[in-house]
Design a protein around this ligand. Structure first.
Ligand SMILES: [Zn+2]
Length: 858
């Protein structure tokens, strides 16, 4: 990757040698649109006077370096990524004056110009190691210091940073100079700047502390001006305040960072970032069009996740990126936990079970999976570790830990952890230590089984019955794949569900809780009783494991057996089990679609409905035998059109089925219907064909060859001349089934450096299409031949999207796997992080081939 890597060993050595004390960072944002002035004055101590070390900096030019009053020659001490300092004293001051570059890829100080009004918006994003693109510093989490930012900016802008404003003055040129108070001791990766003429809504919140005193926390929410009409700041601040109350109640440690600003920012690479006092969010969480409650729940979950980090991550921080999972798993767990206990989304564990955990299970079955406690050798490893293991599997395992030690002991452990390590750095052992204290349990064995090994177990019920259907023997079989053979102790519930003859509803008839350990665990509680129609392992979702159903149970699902389940968590788990069996080529893609089409109408949890529609889309494009595709597509489309017509006007289900029907369009009549929806000739009571839905329709029409000249997309972009509109236009153009459309898209995002990541994601998301195999062929060789250069020259965020999105998955075949293997065996495949991404893409293709084979034989 561009920019210097930093290894764990180098960071450990630097932390041993140096103590960072204070940074004064002066930024000048009035010097044009490519670079800005960045002057960093760092006070630090050195344990071994005379020793040498270095400061991290990624900047196009260094003007001067002064160490303890002595000017050094930048040409000699700056190598493009590090400023080398020799002859350190016990106490030092280094001043580094640089021209730093604005980012277009969301790494460092991102600069965005709004096409609607020409306004400029800036924000920073640093994790894991991009604050060195803003100012010279010791870029590692365990060299915490106080940071004082001073920012010179155009007179019409406002500027925010982690701390509150100390002083606002004007310089001789009429620019404003914003000087902020120094922060508490924090890590470099959570420092932050937001600047521009943002639309901001300000408020404050008073938290009552346990000693009876009040803590006043100024809160705000901001977004760029052209999105202000869609900005529901009141709803955002309501969740923010509920979170502040809730975390004060359970953490018993006053919010340590003064104010709480939430900035919704454009072209953002991730969901959000927990900068203390100044959280940044992806502005996609400001909804321009009607969306379902799942989106609002997801946004509230993100708000709670980031806020949990103020304590777990910001106040107490991991020593090195090995323990990234500690803060992410905790925050992910807390996101759902806080929703359940402090908001109206009291069923948040259902979407966690069906959605968030699906991410973990998928990641855990890739060849690149790793233990939750990962071995992070350097920053490249760290960047790729923001994955489903670190977040969702870690959170699932913490959920189980909370069940294992008890919720009270779990929360008391967190409280002690904050008290004991405030403003410090920790490793896993520090957390286990407090939890052992509060629970009285030995957690070393638990940690080894769950945190230090990779892979997911599968649980299968084996039940023998006599001729009358009475259970004569019952046991649970635990298995693992050969590559990751660990069998684990699981605390689980087993639910027995049978139809109520009077109502037809499938109801709980028996629930037992037990410990599963080893390969076979007897289940004597079921013996002597009639076999329930459905035996649901991991009922209530206590553990982290895949579950299997019998052929009879799957057949019952096909007849509506999931819809008949009254309990929404039980349905979510049934859905997850069927999905795993489909991914594992045990249930055919066509059967999965049949089960979805038969049961989805009754699904009340909208996040589950939308997840099922996404899974059905993946099955249609990748998991069906090609000979079965047309018939399956027609069936799916017809049913979704029916569901759309039957949905309650104005309901979330209507919105979900509208998008579902658009994305499933496959027959001429479907495309005629889409055109009529677009023109207004066709409508559904309560459904507004708003901007996002219009773009979804246009992209689908384009992919099917109904906009080959690009006129539809051009016309729409004319009326929606926004950043969103431009991105959708590019995606629609890339979707067209034409060689020149693919060439244009490839030039735009693969061959042109430094494009915004959401443009790359949108265009490559449409570049390959399930039925465009022929058009993918010319890009197989350029893809493999270009990988090494892409990796060497592009930002990691750019490269990651191109490596994943460019992989020619419509050509999944033994030949493609062989071509991938040849690349993996070549010199080009040396970078471990690049290798990992290609291995993952290959695994998806191999899985698709197995699923297609299953569908062929079914
Ligand atoms: Zn997080």
């Amino acid at each position: 990757m561009t920019g210097g890597n930093l290894t764990r060993d180098e960071a450990a050595e630097r932390a041993r040698l140096l103590t960072a004390r204070h940074y004064a960072v002066e930024l000048d944002l009035t010097r044009g649109d490519t670079t800005f002035g960045s002057r960093s004055t760092i006070s630090f101590a050195c344990a071994e006077p005379g020793a040498a070390s270095f400061v991290d900096l990624l900047a196009p030019a260094v003007r001067s370096v002064t160490l303890n009053g002595v000017a050094l020659d930048p040409a000699e001490v700056f190598d493009g990524a590090r400023v080398h300092l020799a002859g350190l004293q016990a106490e030092n001051v280094v001043v580094i004056d640089a021209d730093a570059a604005y980012s277009r890829t969301g790494e460092g100080l991102h600069r965005f110009v709004d096409p609607v009004d020409g306004e400029v918006y800036l924000y920073t994003q640093f994790e894991p190691a991009d604050s060195r693109r803003l100012f010279a510093n010791f870029e590692q989490p365990d060299l915490k210091a106080a940071f004082q930012f001073t920012v010179t900016a155009p007179a019409n802008w406002r500027v925010w940073s982690n701390e509150s404003l100390e002083e606002l003055t004007q310089d001789a040129a009429g620019a404003n100079v914003w000087r902020f108070n120094a922060t508490e001791p924090i890590s470099t990766y959570i420092t932050a700047i937001v600047a521009g003429d943002y639309h901001v809504v300000e408020d404050s919140h008073i938290v009552r502390l346990p000693d009876g005193s009040d803590l006043l926390i100024p809160v705000s929410a901001m977004v760029r001006k052209s999105l202000a009409p869609y900005f529901d700041a009141a709803a955002i601040l309501e969740v923010t305040k509920a979170g502040l109350d809730f975390y004060h109640r359970i953490f018993d440690y006053p919010y340590p960072f003064g104010k709480y600003d939430s900035a919704f920012v454009p072209e953002y690479n991730l969901g959000a970032m927990e900068n203390p006092g100044l959280v940044t969010f992806n502005e996609k969480m400001v909804f321009r069009s009607k969306t379902t409650d799942a989106s609002y729940q997801g946004r509230a979950n993100t708000i709670m996740h980031e806020m949990a980090h103020m304590w777990f991550g910001d106040l107490v921080t991991m020593k090195w990126w090995d323990d990234l999972w500690l803060k992410e798993s905790f925050a992910d767990f807390m996101g759902a936990y806080a929703l359940v206990h402090a908001t109206r989304w009291t069923s948040a564990w259902v979407s966690f079970a069906n959605g968030r955990k699906a991410w973990a299970y998928r990641q855990d079955q890739l060849p690149s999976t790793h233990p939750i406690v990962a071995d992070i050798r350097d920053l490249e490893d760290a960047r790729l570790n923001f994955d489903g293991i670190t977040y969702a599997k870690g959170a699932s395992v913490l959920k189980q830990l909370a069940a294992y030690v008890g919720e009270d002991a779990f929360l008391e452990g967190a409280r002690r952890y904050f008290q004991r390590h405030a403003f410090g750095n920790t490793t896993l052992n520090d957390l286990l230590e407090v939890l052992e204290e509060t629970s009285g349990r030995d957690l070393k064995t638990w940690s080894r089984a769950w945190l230090e090994t990779a892979g997911v177990n599968t649980l299968t019920a084996e039940i023998d019955t006599d001729a009358a259907g009475v259970v004569t023997a019952a046991r649970i079989r635990q298995s693992a794949v050969p590559a990751f053979p660990t069998l684990r102790p699981h605390r689980i519930a087993v639910g027995g569900y049978s139809p109520n003859p009077a109502t037809g509803a499938v109801e709980l008839v028996e629930r037992v809780e037990l410990d599963v350990d080893g390969e076979l665990t007897e289940l004597p509680q079921l013996v002597g009783k009639p076999r329930p129609a459905l035996v649901l392992l991991n009922d209530q979702d206590l553990t982290y494991a895949k579950i299997r159903f019998t052929a009879e149970e799957i057949a019952a699902f096909e007849r509506g057996g999931i819809a008949a389940l009254g309990d929404s968590m039980a349905r979510a788990l049934a859905w997850s089990g069927v999905w795993h069996m489909t991914r594992d080529a045990v249930v055919s893609g066509r059967r999965f679609l049949d089960i979805v089409l038969r049961n989805i109408e009754a699904e009340t949890d909208i996040s589950v409905v939308q997840n099922l529609l996404r899974q059905a889309g993946l099955v249609r494009s990748q998991y069906l035998d090609p000979a079965n595709r047309a018939a399956a597509d027609a069936k799916v489309s017809a049913r979704l059109v029916e569901l759309l017509a039957a949905a309650a006007p104005g309901s979330d289900h209507q919105v979900a089925f509208a998008y579902g029907a658009v994305r499933a369009a496959s027959r001429d009549a479907d495309f005629d219907r889409l055109k009529a929806l677009l023109s207004g000739d066709l409508g559904y009571d309560g459904l507004t064909v708003d901007q996002d839905l219009r773009w979804a329709i246009i992209e689908e029409l384009a992919a099917a060859g109904h906009d080959d000249d690009g006129v539809l997309a051009d016309r729409e972009a004319g009326t929606d001349d926004t950043a969103d509109g431009r991105r959708h236009r590019a995606a629609a153009r890339a979707a067209r089934p034409l060689a020149e459309a693919k060439a244009e898209a490839w030039r735009l995002v693969v061959e042109t450096p430094d494009q915004p990541n959401d443009l790359i994601g949108a265009v490559l998301g449409r570049f390959h299409h399930g039925d465009q195999e022929k058009l993918a062929e010319p890009y197989v060789e350029p893809y493999f031949e270009g990988l090494a250069a892409i990796w060497a020259e592009r930002s990691i965020q750019n490269a990651e999207r191109i490596v994943g999105g460019g992989y020619p998955w419509p050509l999944a075949s033994d030949e493609l796997l062989a071509r991938t293997d040849a690349w993996l065996a070549s010199d080009a495949a040396k970078a471990p992080a690049l290798r990992r991404l290609v291995l993952e893409a290959r695994d998806d293709a191999a899985r698709a081939l197995r699923a297609q084979e299953c569908d062929r034989e079914a």
